[in-house]
Write a protein that binds this ligand. Sequence first.
Ligand code: ATP
Ligand code: MG
Length: 548
Amino acid sequence: MKVNVEPSNFIEDFIVEDLEKGRYPYVYTRFPPEPNGYLHVGHSKSLCINFGIKEKFRGRCNLRFDDTNPAKEDVEYVESIKEDIRWLGFEWDKELYASDYFDETYELAVKLIKKGAAYVCDYTADEIRATRGTLTEPGKESPYRNRSIEENLRLFEEMKEGKYPDGSKVLRAKIDMASPNINMRDPVIYRVLRAHHHRTGDKWCIYPMYDFAHPIGDALDGVTHSICTLEFEDHRPLYDWVCEQCEFPMPPRQIEFARLNIKNTIMSKRYLKKLVDSGFVTGWNDPRMPTLSGMRERGYPPEAIKEFCSRVGVAKANSEVDPGLLEFCVRENLNIHADRAMVVERPLRVVIDNMAEGEKHSFSVVNNPNDANSGTHTVNFAKEIFIEDSDFALVPPPKYHRLTEGGLVRLKGAYIVKHVATELDAEGRPSVIHCEYIPGSAAGGENAGMKVKGTIQWVAADEAVDCELYKYESLLTDVKDGVTDFNERLNPDSLTVVSGAKGEPFVVEGEDCKTYQFMRSAYYKRAGKFGDSYRFYRIVSLKDSFNK
Ligand code: ATP
Ligand code: MG
C-alpha cells in the first residue's frame, strides 16, 4: 500500500513503513492513563502523539484506562482525565478499561498455563526479588517452576476463588531465569489482592499485572501501534512474548519515545498528589500546578499547549525542556487572542486641574490591535485618575521615560498630560499629584503629534474596579548546591497576592474567565468576584525569558 502522508518523526516513519509493508491495514492507537491522578503537561505530549497520528493517518484512537491497580484508583480521576482530554480538543473513538477485559485476561492466563508457559509460584515478593539475579548474574529458578499443568490450573483457579491470602501466591510467566533482560526472568503476571475495584467492585481478588494486561488490551481493541515512553523499552520483549503466547492474529507494535521533562517541573502524578494532600497547593487545579486542569484554571489556551508539544518534537533520547518555551507558546497565542486592558497595580491618585468635577471625555479604543475582529470599547477620561505609582518619580533614575516633576507623558488612548504639582505624605512620598491635560493631544487632535517619551496606562477613579492580582512563580526553585529533592525545593514565593489594584470597567465585561493583556504588565485571566473585588490570575508575563 502506498501511503500519502509525510511522516514528521520516527514513530510516523515506522507507521508508514508498517502500512506500506502491509503489516497493518489501518492505524489504531490508544492513550492509556492510569486513573491514579490528574493529567499533567507530560501527558499532553503522549496525547498529541496518539491523537495526532489518528488525525494524520485517518485512523482511530481509544482512551483506555489502565485500571489494573485498584488500590490507587478513583472515579474522580477518570472524570478529570476525560475532561482534560476534551479540553485539549481531542475526541477518542472508544472509552475502554483494562478491567473490561478481566475475564478475557483470566482466560488467556489459563491458556498460558495449559501451554506450559505460566506457573503458580508460592514465593513472597521478597523471595522473588531475592532470586531474580542482577544485571551481571542470572536469576535462580523457583522450586515451584516445574509444577504440573493440572496443579497450576487448580491453584490458579483457587487463587481466583479466594482460597489464598494476599501476596501468598502469584502466577508467573515461564520464560527464562537466565535472560539478560531481567523483565524476562519469569515475571509475575497475576497477583492475589483483595481490593475494591472502582469498576468491577469485589468480583476479583486476583488482578493482572500491567505488563500482562497491556498487550492483551491493545490486541483485543485492535490497536496497531502501542506508543509508550522510553522506560518501557526493556519491557518490549515481554510485550511481544505475551502477544505471541496468546496467539493474537495481528500483534500490535510497541514503539517508545522520550518522556517530556521540563526544568523545575514535577511530572509525576504520585508526587503531584503529595503536593495536593499536603495542602501546599489548593488542589489538582491550583494554577501553579503543571496539570492540565491547573493550566486551564490559570488561563493557558489549550492550543498553546499543543503548539508547545509540536515544537518540542518527538525524540528517542531523554532531555529537559526550558519552561520558557511553554510560556513563549502561551504568550504568542494570547498576543493574538487576548484583549488589551488598563490596570494600575499600585495606584497613585492624579488630579487633572484643568478638568471640571464630573467632566468626562470618552475615547474609543481597539480591544486588540492584533485582531481585526476584536471590536472596540470606551475609556472615560475624568478629573481624577489613577496611574501606576512607579510611573511617577520625584528623582528619576537615568533613562526614565515616564512622568517626572514638570514633565509630560502620554496617557494610553487619551491625552498627553503635564505634571504641575505634588502633594507629599508624612514620609515624604507623593500621595496625590496634579497635572493638566493638553487639549487636542489625543489621537486625531491638532496637538496629537507632540513628542513625548513615554506612554503609561491609567484608570478613571470614579469608575475604577477593585482588582486582586494573583501572581504565580514556579512551584520549584532551581537545583542549588546539589539539592534535587522536590520537598526541599518548594518555592515559598510561588504565589504573591496584590490587593488594591484598580482596573478599567472593561476588565469585568464579557464572558467568565476571559483573558486579557494588562498593558505594560502581564497576561491575566479573570477568576471571579470575591467580595467587592475581582480576582485575576497572572497567566504569563509579557517579557520573553526564552532564548530562541
Ligand atoms: P506518572 O508517573 O505521572 O503517573 P505515568 O507514565 O505512570 O506517569 P500514565 O497514566 O501511565 O502515567 O500515562 C499515560 C500515558 O502518558 C502513557 O503512555 C505514558 O507513557 C504517557 N506519559 C506519562 N508521562 C509522560 C511524559 N512526561 N511525557 C510523555 N508521555 C508521558
Ligand atoms: Mg503509570
